[in-house]
Design a protein around this ligand. Sequence first.
Ligand SMILES: [Zn+2]
Length: 200
Amino acid sequence: MTFLSLFFIFSRKFEYSIKNGYNLSKDTFTNSRSKRGLCMNNDTKIKEVMGKAIAEAKKTMNDNVGGPFGAAIIDKEGKIVSVSSNSVLRDHDPTAHAEINAIRAAGEKLGTHDLSGCTLVTTAYPCPMCLGAIIWSNINHVIYGCRPKDAEAIGFRDDFIYRFIKDDHPDKKILAIDEAFREQCLILFKEYQEKEKTLY
Ligand SMILES: [Zn+2]
């Protein structure tokens, strides 16, 4: 393999790996799938699950329940645990994104907050809130359809929020974050630690 072809592969891999805090390499999808060897290792299965997420999103989008976003969670065996869509408008809940709704439904169905080993299939790359929720849930594989730039192109702010976090919240008019009464709050933390409660 020549240096040039190696360079070509390298640049292709990082073509979409932007400074915005997410990695949209075209190869991420295929590589993570084959490496993880989870339930989602064939295109037919992924197509089926993504199809369900798209259908759910289409249904609720047309009923003005929320935006054009759907998500499904699959367990280790490849069984669909939950299929949800965005319900921000119906629920008057800005956190009711498809991924959050799918995580809540899966947790309720499986009776646990720990979704280790599950895969989340979503019609769009998760926003920072959902990405955080996915990590909190211990889901360790995400398969997405559209990119943050695609969501931005139709008016959603995913990409803006990624930039905002990466730039250390530069605009106080958008969000002011101030520290106050840390000592008092640390007492609460200490109490929790002393009780040796569950960590998650
Ligand atoms: Zn989200």
